[in-house]
Write a protein that binds this ligand. Sequence first.
Ligand SMILES: NC(=O)c1ccc[n+]([C@@H]2O[C@H](COP(=O)([O-])OP(=O)(O)OC[C@H]3O[C@@H](n4cnc5c(N)ncnc54)[C@H](OP(=O)(O)O)[C@@H]3O)[C@@H](O)[C@H]2O)c1
Length: 329
Amino acid sequence: MKFKAVRLYNEDGRRVSRMVEQSLDDLDPGDVVIQSKFAAVNYKDARAVTGVDKVITRYPCIPGVEVAGVVVESKDPTFRAGDVVTVQGGRDFGMRRDGGYSEYVRVPAEWVGRVPEGTDPFESVAMGLAAYTSALAVEELLNRGVTPDKGPVLVTGGTGGSSSFAIDMLAGLGYHVVASTGKAAEHAYLRNIGASEIVGRDGIAGGGKPLEDQRWAGAIDAVGGKPLDQLLRSMQQRGVVCAFGNAASETLNTSIYPFILRGVTLTGINGNHPVPERGSAWTRMQPGGDLRPRHIRTIAYTIAFDDLKTHCDKLIASGVRGRAVVKFA
Ligand SMILES: NC(=O)c1ccc[n+]([C@@H]2O[C@H](COP(=O)([O-])OP(=O)(O)OC[C@H]3O[C@@H](n4cnc5c(N)ncnc54)[C@H](OP(=O)(O)O)[C@@H]3O)[C@@H](O)[C@H]2O)c1
């Protein structure tokens, strides 16, 4: 059997991806073979496909950290042909082991999770790491006492895949959500998914002083760098910032004052847990849960497998709105 996959090669230090024809023998070993139906396009995946960053640490390798589809064969009795499953959040899948940008994938059984009841492979991947990481951040705000009555919550990188789900979930719980964005043309989209107010990327803090007006009770940050510094300087007393991204920069230059004078907390969120290891945040975002996003099909949309490379170029160059999902034929 022959099928299509995107493989990333290291050619004299240059990372180059190509659509190639494969057979199962070309894939890394594993107990479960899955026919892919949908695969997510995360920021990390776009960096891998375009070769702009060392997301992939073994060459050649198939990128794509999230896929959903149907089991074709399994050497592990946990799964049978026909089971509808997903692989997402593994530490190696699509980075050190062949991943999801392939019409068939082969993985260890412990990486495979069932697509939860009441949902489908598209929704499972459309939400994926983006919604799960946002759910972890929202849970963290709640656990640290930032409830909707405490004041506005800022979400940076507003139109991005992860941030869109954060906005949706927070609004669903009754928070006053302020989205920051660099896309002036997407304000209607942000309001549609739950933002009450919108600020520009440079409009997070009033000015450049180490402490500015206290605006935010909580924040979810997808971008790091200067916007993260701005929001730390404009947090309310005992405000909480949940940071998970580096779309602006992986470096943070800030002062100690928000922490020692306002008791601000900066906490990191890591969503890279395989589905079988996910806890309450994963359960709460399934149908009927209080973190179930209400706008999955507004935030996520499908693209053809053949258009993946073009889409990734666009995402890296200018950012795109929401979350693309590769639909396999
Ligand atoms: N820690 C974890 O477990 C985890 C999990 C998921 C994602 N992440 C990280 O979270 C970030 C977002 O991921 P994603 O998949 O949601 O990406 P995405 O869909 O590409 O969204 C990123 C958004 O950030 C904003 N942005 C882009 N470049 C920027 C810049 N130079 N300065 C300021 N803002 C900029 C844009 O939103 P606006 O145009 O609206 O401002 C963009 O849409 C990435 O850094 C990713 O690696 C981490």
